[in-house]
Design a protein around this ligand. Structure first.
Ligand code: 9D3
Length: 262
């Protein structure tokens, strides 16, 4: 088979996500909706949870303990989480990296999602409390990922964000229309604004060009909007792009029309 016909490169076109979590029901519930839910139903992705609590050996099934050195919060114990990872690993394809969701991780982005979409499987560690004993991270974790600089109550919602973003990139998951729309994200710009019926609502009109039927003019307007909004809201994205002369002219036009100056 030529390389251009291969998809995930794992030979089965199923990506397996293993999640170590104290809340497996939360993970299963979130995975039941929308694009991800359909991908699971169709066997394009498999989801498999393992709960450290099932690997706690004491009568109280303890998974956390007080931090050495003192201070607030609790730390997830090494042994129950290590045993959960080992159990899960036995059901994962060879070469599935272990990724820990953590505020200390590097920022998750679309490039990371694309890299994971080429793997046969991925083990995601979702912590609670202050996170895992550092020795578990050193011994068992290949990468630490964060969603950004804000505080979540645990790693599960972050793990689901990773699973959702990766799943959308797998062949056959999105329909043709959705796949085509997704490609525009890869331009590295924010989206242009969207409008639907009615033509007038709350005294506000649809921009006339979108009703003109002039497809070239519409494409130019959308590109101008995408450039202008990206420049104002996400200058970091625009700097990375190195705009060509035509794009700089479009951006100039946007800024003039919006009453801002270069
Ligand atoms: C308020 C608790 N903290 C004391 C300074 C630190 C802290 C520990 C554990 C903050 C958050 C968490 C739980 N967060 C995650 O597991 C997490 C996360 C996040 O909080 N923000 C962005 N990305 C991620 S990925 C996993």
């Amino acid at each position: 088979m030529p390389a251009s016909f291969t998809s995930t490169g794992n030979g089965t076109d199923t990506v397996r996500f293993g999640v170590v979590t104290l809340f497996p029901d939360l993970v299963a519930d979130v995975a039941g909706y929308g694009v991800l839910g359909r991908a699971v139903e169709r066997g394009l992705v498999a989801l498999d949870c393992e709960n450290p609590r099932e690997h706690a050996t004491d009568p109280h099934r303890t998974v956390d303990d007080r931090p050495y050195g003192g201070g607030p919060g609790m730390v997830m114990k090494y042994e129950p989480s290590a045993a959960a990872i080992a159990s899960l690993a036995a059901r994962m394809p060879a070469g599935s990296p272990v990724v820990c969701l953590s505020p200390q991780g590097t920022r998750f982005d679309q490039a990371t999602a694309e890299r994971y979409a080429g793997l046969p499987g991925l083990v995601l560690l979702a912590g609670r409390y202050e996170g895992f004993d550092e020795r578990l991270i050193v011994d068992a974790v290949d990468e630490e990922l964060s969603l950004g600089d804000f505080v979540l109550s645990g790693g599960e919602i972050a793990a689901m964000a990773v699973i959702d973003a990766v799943t959308r990139l797998l062949p056959g998951v999105l329909g043709d229309a959705e796949s085509a729309a997704q490609e525009s994200f890869t331009t590295g710009l924010l989206d242009h604004p969207h409008y639907t019926r009615p033509e007038q609502v709350a005294g506000r009109e649809v921009p006339a060009v979108l009703l003109s039927g002039d497809h070239a003019a519409i494409a130019r307007w959308r590109h101008k909007q995408a450039l202008g909004r990206s420049f104002l809201r996400r200058p970091d994205l625009v700097r990375r792009l190195n705009l060509n002369a035509e794009q700089r002219a479009l951006l100039e036009e946007y800024l003039q029309e919006s009453g801002k100056e270069t």
